[in-house]
Ligand binder design. Structure first.
Ligand code: IPM
Ligand code: MG
Length: 363
C-alpha cells in the first residue's frame, strides 16, 4: 500500500528518535512492498523559534491531510518562560484537539529483558506487567472552561464530560479488554465529582454490551496506590484526561521501561497520532545517546492501528525483542549491567540501535 505519514520531530531528542523510526518504517516498506511518503511538520519549541507559535494552522493541516502522524517529543527548558498561550505543550493539545484523537492508548508493559530496571519487588511483579491505559484525550479539565479573575487572585478550570465523550472511551476499553484478560477498571473520583458519577453510569450502561468483561471501579487515590501495591490486578484501565495523564506516568515508571513505551492517539477514522511517552531530554539531544525504541514501537502501533498492517507491526515488535534478547542496550536501559554491556560491545547509541532493529527485520 502507499501511505503518507506526517513526521513531527519536535525538540530535544525528538529528531534523533524520529529519524530511527523512519529508518525502521522504510525497512518494513521495502520488505513488505509498501511505499511510505513523509511530510515534515514543525511544531513545539521549534515552531515557536521559527514563527512565534507552537502549532501554526498550516502545520496542523499537514497532519490532517496525511494518513497518520509520528511525533518525537516537544518542549524543553528553553521555552519555560514563554507566555502560557504559546508554550510548546500547546502544540500537543492543538494536535490532539485539531486531529480529534479522543482516545489515548498507553500500554504499560514490562520487557522481561529489562526486569532489573523495574523498581517493584519480584513478588509484586511476578511474570511481568501488561496494563493498557485508555485515556480520554480531548475533553475534561484540559479543554474545559477556564479563567482568572480580574484581580488575578482567583483562577478556575472545569472538569466537564458529556455522555458521548465518555461512552466512546469506555467502549474502547471494553473492546480491548475482550481481546485481553477481559477486565476493565474505570478510574474516577465518584465519591466527590458529578462528572465521575456520570462515568460510572455510562460504563455500567455500556457493560450490558460486553457481559463477558468484568467491570470494576476504583477511586483515583486508591488506584494510584493499587498500581504499586498490586499492579497485576489491572488489565485495561479507562479514565479521564487528567487522571489518565497522572496514572500513565506512574504505570510507565513501575514497568522500569520508560524509554521503551509507545502510545497511540486515535479518533474516528481520521489519522492517528503516535508518539513515545518519554520527553525531550534536552541534555542528550543530538548526541546519539537517546533510546529510539519507544518511537520505533510507536511506529509499529501506527502500522497496526492506522494502516491495519498487523504482520508488519509484529515484525517491528519482534525485531525489538530480538535486539534486547541479543543484549544490546542504550544507556538508559543498561541499568546496573552497564559496565558488562559495555565490555561486551553492546552499549549502543541511537543510530546503531535503529540499525539493529532494521537488521533484525531483514534477518
Ligand atoms: C502527556 C503530557 C502532556 C499531557 C503535557 C505535555 C501537555 O504530560 O502527554 O502525558 O499532560 O497530556
Ligand atoms: Mg503526562
Amino acid at each position: 500500500m502507499e501511505k503518507t505519514i506526517a513526521l513531527i520531530p519536535g525538540d530535544g531528542i525528538g529528531p534523533d528518535v524520529v529519524a530511527e523510526g523512519v529508518n525502521v518504517l522504510n525497512a518494513v516498506a521495502k520488505k513488505y512492498g509498501h511505499k511510505f511518503n513523509y511530510k515534515n511538520v514543525i511544531a513545539g519549541g521549534a515552531a515557536i523559534d521559527k514563527w512565534g507559535k507552537p502549532l501554526p494552522q498550516d502545520q496542523l493541516d499537514i497532519c490532517l491531510n496525511s494518513d497518520a502522524t509520528l511525533l518525537g517529543a516537544v518542549g524543553g527548558p528553553k521555552w519555560d518562560n514563554v507566555a502560557p498561550e504559546i508554550r510548546p505543550e500547546k502544540a500537543l493539545l492543538g494536535l490532539r484537539g485539531g486531529m480529534k484523537v479522543y482516545a489515548n492508548l498507553r500500554p504499560a508493559v514490562m520487557f522481561k529483558q529489562l526486569k532489573d530496571a523495574c523498581p517493584l519487588k519480584d513478588e509484586i511483579v511476578g511474570e511481568g506487567l501488561d496494563i493498557l491505559i485508555v485515556r480520554e484525550l480531548t475533553g475534561g479539565i484540559y479543554f474545559g472552561d477556564r479563567g482568572t479573575s480580574a484581580d488575578g487572585k482567583t483562577a478556575w478550570d472545569t472538569e466537564k464530560y458529556s455522555w458521548e465523550e465518555i461512552e466512546r472511551i469506555v467502549r474502547m476499553g471494553f473492546e480491548f479488554a475482550m481481546n485481553r484478560q477481559k477486565k476493565l477498571c474505570v478510574i474516577d473520583k465518584a465519591n466527590i465529582l458529578n462528572s465521575s458519577r456520570l462515568w460510572r453510569k455510562v460504563a455500567e450502561t455500556v457493560h450490558a454490551e460486553f457481559p463477558e468483561v468484568e467491570l470494576s471501579f476504583l477511586y483515583i487515590d486508591n488506584a494510584a496506590m493499587q498500581l504499586v501495591r498490586n499492579p497485576r490486578q489491572f488489565d485495561v484501565i479507562a479514565t479521564s484526561n487528567m487522571f489518565g495523564d497522572i496514572l500513565s506516568d506512574e504505570a510507565s515508571q513501575i514497568t522500569g521501561s520508560i524509554g521503551m513505551l509507545a502510545s497511540a492517539s486515535l479518533g474516528v477514522g481520521g489519522p492517528g497520532l503516535y508518539e513515545p511517552i518519554h520527553g525531550t531530554a534536552p541534555d542528550i539531544a543530538g548526541k546519539d545517546l537517546a533510546n529510539p525504541l519507544a518511537t520505533i514501537l510507536s511506529a509499529a502501533m501506527l502500522l497496526r492501528y492506522s494502516f491495519g498492517l498487523e504482520t508488519e507491526a509484529k515484525a517491528i515488535e519482534n525485531a525489538v525483542n530480538s535486539v534486547l534478547d541479543a543484549g544490546y542496550r542504550t544507556g538508559d536501559i543498561a541499568g546496573s549491567e552497564r559496565e558488562a554491556v559495555k565490555a561486551a560491545g553492546k552499549l549502543v547509541g541511537t543510530k546503531k540501535m535503529g540499525q539493529l532493529v532494521v537488521d533484525f527485520i531483514n534477518a
